[in-house]
Design a protein around this ligand. Structure first.
Ligand SMILES: Nc1ncnc2c1ncn2[C@@H]1O[C@H](COP(=O)(O)OP(=O)(O)OP(=O)(O)O)[C@@H](O)[C@H]1O
Ligand SMILES: O=P(O)(O)OC[C@H]1O[C@H](OP(=O)(O)OP(=O)(O)O)[C@H](O)[C@@H]1O
Ligand SMILES: O=C(O)c1cccnc1
Ligand SMILES: [Mg+2]
Length: 560
C-alpha cells in the first residue's frame, strides 16, 4: 500500500503536483448520485467504458458577452492527488445500500486518475458559451465522479474572475483596484478563492493576508473607523518623538509639530474658512498612525466630517511628516458622495501644494470604498472624480449581480459513439462528439469566431476560407478566412497517453494572459450596454452530424 501522509490520504507526491488549495477538495466532495451511478456502472460491467465529457457554460454572466476561464489549476491539483482514504471508503459504504457488493469498494480503493486525459483552454483565457472549456476522457465511472468537483472548482472561479475583469474594465487601466472582500465572502473558501481570482481578473492587491501568503498576491490596506474613534485626544499620545527619515535628527514632539501645521492651515488665506475646529480624536488617531508608519501614512478621513475635519487633520499630519522627510501616501473615503468628495479633497491638496510650495502634494493618493460595484464605478466616471484607487468588497466577491455561472458537464461520446442530450430548450441541446476547438483571428488582429470541428477533421488553415455555422440555427453562417488560427484545447493531464503535459503557469502569468486577452477584444464585445455577441460556430460537417443525430434521437410525435 502507498505511504500515507498526515491527513491519511495516500502520498501521491511522486506526481510533483501539490494538492488543491482547500484540503476539503477530496474525492468525496461530490454528489451522492455520482457514487450510485459509479456503482451501477460497475455492477453492469460498464465502468471502464471510455467516455468523453465536455465542461462548458451556456450564457455569459453579468449581461456581458465574455467570460474568463479560471479554476483549471485547482482541477489538475485535485486529480493529481485523487485517491480515496480508507476512512472515505468506509463512509461511502455506509452511505450506499447494504446490498452493494464488496468488489465495488475494492475497485474504489485502487482508483486514481492515471487513466484520465484532460484537455483544456489555458486558464485566464477569454471564453464563450458552448465551447468546451475542458474535455475529460476516461473510464466513465471515474469521469462521472469528477463532474461535481470540477464544476464546483470552475464555476465560482470563472464567475468571480469575470466579475473582477468587468470591474477593471469600468475602472480603467490606470486605477489601482484593491479587493477588500474577505469579511463579506461566502465563508473561508469563498474569501480565499475570491482573492486569488480577483487578482487573476486584474485586481492589483488584496487585504486578505492568508491569500497573500498562499498565492503571493500583493497585500494592501488602510485602517478602519474603529482605529479613529478609539482615540480621545492627542494628549493620550505618550511617545511623541519621530526621527527624520534620513536619520539626521529627531523631532521630540511630533504631536506639537502637527498642531502647528493645523494652525497654519486654519489661518492660511487660501484654505481659510473651510474649517474651524477639527475633531481631536481623529487628529490623535492620524498622528499615532503616522508615528507608527511614517513612511506609508494613509488615513481614513470620513469618520466625523471629511472636509471640515478629516482632510485638514490628514494634511496637518502629512505636512509635519514632510518636515521630517516623509511623504504621506494619501486618504481613504468610505461614505457619502465619492465623486464630489474626491474632487474637493483634490482641490484642497492642490491648494496646499501651491500655498506651501510642495511639489507632488496635489497628487496625494485618494482611495474610495463603500459598496462599490460596476454601476457605481461607471456613475463616478460619468460625473468626474479624482479617485486613484478603489477598495471593493461585497459586490465583487459575492458576485452580487449574478450568483452562479451555469457550468455544465455533459457526455459527448462513449466507446467512440457520439452522444447528444436533447432539450425542449434549444440552448440546452448539447454538441455531440469529441471535438477540436479553434479561435479564428481576422485581418485586424481581433478574434472573429470560435469554431468546433469533429476530432478528425482537418484543422482550419490560415488564408483558407472556412464555413462557420451556428450550431443550431440553419440560416446563421459565415465564411471566414483566418489570418491566425489558435487551437483552444491543450493537454493538461495526459494520463497514460503519450501526449505532453502543458505546464501549469504561475498565477501572475495567468493574470497577465487575462489582461492581455481582454485588451485584444473588440470593443463592441466589451461594452456594458448591449454588447455584441461573439460568434461561436461549428464546421459544416459537425453541423450536419449534430442535426442527423438530433433527428435520430428525437422521437416523432403522433397527432390524433
Ligand atoms: N457620486 C456617486 N455617484 C453614484 N454613487 C455613489 C457616489 N458616491 C457614492 N456612491 C455610492 O452610493 C452608495 C452610498 O451608500 P450609503 O448612502 O448607504 O452610504 P453612506 O451613508 O454614504 O455611508 P455608510 O457606509 O457609512 O452608510 C454607495 O453604494 C456608494 O458606492
Ligand atoms: O463596501 P464593500 O465593497 O463591501 O468594501 C469593504 C468595506 O468593508 C469595510 O467596511 P465595514 O466592514 O467597516 O462596514 P461598513 O462600511 O458597511 O460599515 C470598508 O470600510 C468597506 O466599506
Ligand atoms: O484595508 C482596508 O482599508 C480594508 C480592508 C478590508 C475591508 N475594508 C477596508
Ligand atoms: Mg463600508
Amino acid at each position: 500500500m502507498a505511504d500515507t501522509i498526515a491527513n491519511g490520504r495516500p502520498d501521491q507526491s511522486a506526481n510533483n503536483i501539490d494538492g488543491p488549495t482547500n484540503p476539503m477538495v477530496t474525492p468525496i466532495l461530490t454528489d451522492l448520485y455520482q457514487f450510485t451511478m459509479a456503482y451501477a456502472y460497475w455492477k453492469a460491467g460498464k465502468h471502464n467504458e471510455r467516455a468523453v465529457f465536455d465542461l462548458y457554460f451556456r450564457r455569459n454572466p453579468f449581461g456581458g458577452e465574455y467570460t474568463i476561464f479560471a479554476g483549471l489549476e485547482e482541477c489538475i491539483k485535485f486529480i493529481a492527488n485523487f485517491k480515496f482514504t480508507e476512512d472515505e471508503i468506509a463512509f461511502i459504504r455506509s452511505s450506499l445500500p447494504p446490498s452493494c457488493e464488496d468488489g465495488f469498494f475494492e475497485y474504489l480503493r485502487e482508483l486514481d486518475c492515471s487513466d484520465i486525459e484532460i484537455y483544456a483552454v489555458t486558464e485566464g483565457s477569454v471564453v464563450f458559451p458552448k465551447v468546451p472549456l475542458m474535455r475529460i476522457e476516461g473510464p466513465i465511472a471515474v469521469v462521472q465522479l469528477l463532474e461535481t468537483p470540477f464544476v464546483n472548482l470552475i464555476n465560482y472561479a470563472s464567475l468571480v474572475t469575470t466579475n473582477a475583469a468587468r470591474h477593471r474594465f469600468v475602472a480603467g487601466r490606470s486605477k489601482i483596484l484593491l479587493e477588500f472582500g474577505l469579511r463579506r465572502a461566502q465563508g473561508p473558501d469563498g474569501g480565499i478563492s475570491a482573492s486569488k481570482y480577483c487578482y487573476m481578473g486584474g485586481f492589483d492587491a488584496t487585504s486578505n493576508v492568508a491569500a497573500g501568503k498562499l498565492f503571493g498576491i500583493p497585500l494592501r490596506g488602510t485602517h478602519s473607523h474603529a482605529f479613529v474613534s478609539s482615540f480621545l485626544s492627542p494628549d493620550e499620545i505618550i511617545e511623541k518623538s519621530l526621527q527624520h527619515r534620513d536619520g539626521s535628527s529627531v523631532c521630540e514632539d511630533f504631536v506639537s509639530l502637527v498642531q502647528t501645521w493645523l494652525n497654519k492651515l486654519k489661518w492660511s488665506h487660501l484654505l481659510g474658512g473651510i474649517f474651524s475646529e477639527t475633531n481631536q480624536s481623529e487628529l490623535a488617531a492620524f498622528t499615532s498612525y503616522a508615528l507608527a508608519f511614517p513612511g506609508s501614512f494613509l488615513a481614513l478621513v470620513d469618520t466625523y466630517d471629511v472636509m471640515r475635519s478629516g482632510i485638514p487633520n490628514f494634511c496637518a499630519v502629512a505636512l509635519a511628516l514632510n518636515d521630517l522627510g516623509y511623504k504621506a501616501v494619501g486618504i481613504r473615503l468610505d461614505s457619502g458622495d465619492l465623486a464630489y468628495q474626491s474632487c474637493e479633497a483634490r482641490k484642497f491638496f492642490r491648494a496646499i501644494e501651491k500655498e506651501f510650495g510642495l511639489p507632488g502634494f496635489g497628487k496625494m493618493n485618494i482611495t474610495a470604498s463603500n459598496d462599490l460595484n460596476e454601476e457605481t464605478l461607471d456613475a463616478l466616471n460619468k460625473q468626474g472624480h479624482e479617485v486613484d484607487a478603489f477598495g471593493i468588497g461585497t459586490h465583487l466577491v459575492t458576485c452580487y449581480a449574478q450568483a452562479a455561472l451555469g457550468v455544465v458537464f455533459k457526455l459527448v461520446e462513449i466507446n467512440n459513439q457520439p452522444r447528444i442530450k436533447l432539450s425542449e430548450d434549444v440552448s440546452k441541446v448539447s454538441i455531440p462528439c469529441k471535438k477540436r476547438c479553434y479561435r479564428l483571428y481576422g485581418k485586424e488582429g481581433y478574434a472573429l469566431v470560435d469554431i468546433m470541428t469533429g476530432e478528425n477533421e482537418p484543422q482550419p488553415k490560415v488564408g483558407e476560407r472556412i464555413l462557420c455555422r451556428h450550431p443550431f440555427s440553419e440560416s446563421k453562417r459565415a465564411y471566414v478566412v483566418p489570418q491566425r488560427v489558435e487551437e483552444l484545447l491543450k493537454c493538461f493531464w495526459p494520463g497514460n497517453s503519450d501526449k505532453t503535459r502543458e505546464d501549469l503557469p504561475p498565477l501572475k502569468e495567468i493574470r497577465e494572459r487575462c489582461i492581455e486577452q481582454l485588451d485584444k477584444m473588440r470593443s463592441d464585445h466589451m461594452r456594458r450596454l448591449n454588447p455584441t455577441p461573439y460568434k461561436v460556430s461549428v464546421s459544416a460537417k459537425l453541423y450536419d452530424f449534430i442535426h442527423f443525430l438530433w433527428l435520430n434521437e428525437a422521437p416523432v410525435g403522433e397527432l390524433q
